[in-house]
Design a protein around this ligand. Structure first.
Ligand SMILES: *Cc1c(COP(=O)(O)O)cnc(C)c1O
Length: 407
């Protein structure tokens, strides 16, 4: 009976209204924006306000809005201005939108291994990937769980290498008390449908550095020097602008931001408590300096204890109507065709033709943490509409499934 009842109750989803906070406030702002008749951010006030408020929320000097998280990463990489063939150390467990901008900018993504507990890069794995050609380090705070930033910052400071923080999944997460995004040279955020706050698509870049902010602004605006005495198109750049319509929605979303994060954290804490003592399951490990804001709730499954490991438990949960994703991504990014076959510009394979051979050595034995991490994780969708009842429904399904699979 219990199982049949759970199958009928749908969990809220971030892909539709059930798991999103979109409503009257967003409609109101949108009507205001449309009423002004000015829908471009170069002339309007909504995107400007969003930028001011987002910067203030994080206690930073600058926030620059753009069209997506991918655009945000591209702008951050452009701000650092790598020479063709320069290396940018990053992670193989991330969204492709964090990787392809590096290649578009003519730089080589060099993949650091990850800690299998969090699937995050660490100071040790980054250090092993550095070379004389490293121009920047991208850290991704995966699932909303920040990297060990104190150690990473120390390493980056010693080597004088700027850090780009990919915070697309980690709104208001903290490390050492500070918001992620404020710890590196630049921080990047996404406002895509499934992120903590959404405008369907959208992005933000934050920085305290005036020169980097200027370069990001220019990259968003075809490098046209708006407001300059003798403006020109100063360098190679694109139109990555956010529209006023998105800016209006984002402004309303931003006001709900702290509440959204609080709900996600409370629901996650409840699940962690509910899963206490369940054999073969590890709840999220958080570095002692850090605060996790739960874009997703990522379990680790011990295949020595649970028959079939993460995929086995995932299948059992799916039978009970609980959506989940074993592995998160099917394979480390370097196994995707774009990297494996170096499919870039025509048949040139550029910029990979400029790379040191070791930078492209993706032998599995160099990535034990990444393969182990992906094999063990089971990612549960998460959002701010989860009530205690929803969480208990998930927990019960996990307990029942584990009972059936424990060796
Ligand atoms: C979503 C995401 C991106 C890309 O953002 P888009 O808005 O989808 O382009 C980049 N990095 C990470 C870690 C993400 O989760």
């Amino acid at each position: 009976m219990g199982t049949i009842a759970t199958q009928k109750r749908h969990l809220p989803s971030d892909q539709d209204a059930s798991g999103r906070t979109l409503g009257e406030a967003e409609l109101g702002r949108l009507a205001e924006a449309i009423g002004t008749g000015t829908l471009t951010s170069t002339k309007g006030r909504f995107v400007k306000q969003l930028e001011e408020r987002f910067a203030r929320t994080l206690g930073m000097r600058h926030a620059i809005a753009c069209s997506s998280g991918t655009a945000a990463i591209h702008c951050a990489v452009t701000a650092v201005d790598p020479e063709p063939g320069d290396e940018i150390v990053t992670t193989p467990i991330t969204d492709m939108g964090a990787l392809t901008p590096i290649v578009y900018q003519g730089a080589i993504p060099v993949f650091a291994d990850v800690d299998p507990r969090t699937c995050n890069v660490t100071a040790e794995t980054i250090e092993a990937a550095l070379s004389h050609r490293t121009r920047a380090i991208v850290v991704t705070h995966l699932f909303g769980n920040p990297c060990g930033m104190r150690e990473i910052q120390q390493l980056a400071d010693e080597r004088e290498i700027p850090i780009i923080e990919d915070c697309a999944q980690a709104f208001l997460a903290r490390s050492g008390g500070a918001f992620v995004g404020s710890l590196g040279a630049l921080g990047c955020f996404s406002l895509q449908q499934g992120k903590h706050i959404t405008t369907g698509e959208g992005g933000l870049v934050v920085t305290d550095d005036d020169d980097l902010a200027r370069r990001v602004f220019l990259m968003v605006n075809k490098a046209w020097g708006y407001g300059d005495e003798k403006p020109d198109h100063y360098f190679l750049a694109l139109n990555y602008r956010m529209s006023e319509l998105q800016g209006a929605v984002a402004l309303a979303q931003l006001e709900k931001h702290a509440e959204v994060v609080r709900h996600r954290r409370e629901a996650a804490a409840h699940l962690t408590k509910q899963l206490d003592g369940v054999p073969g399951i590890e709840t999220p490990w958080v570095h002692p300096d850090n605060l996790h804001t739960f874009w997703k709730y990522c379990l680790r499954v011990d295949s020595e204890v649970i028959e079939g490991g993460s995929p086995g438990l995932g299948a059992a949960l799916a039978e009970r109507g609980i959506a989940c994703a074993p592995r998160y991504i099917q394979k480390p990014a370097f196994e995707c065709e774009v990297f494996r076959e170096q499919r870039t510009f025509g048949n040139s394979r550029w910029p990979f033709t400029l790379a040191r051979p070791e930078a492209l050595d993706w032998a599995p034995e160099r990535y034990p943490g990444s393969y182990q991490g992906l094999a063990d994780i089971l990612v549960l969708p998460w959002n701010e509409a989860y009530t205690e009842e929803h969480v208990e429904q998930v927990a019960q399904a996990i307990r029942e499934s584990v009972r059936g699979l424990v060796r």
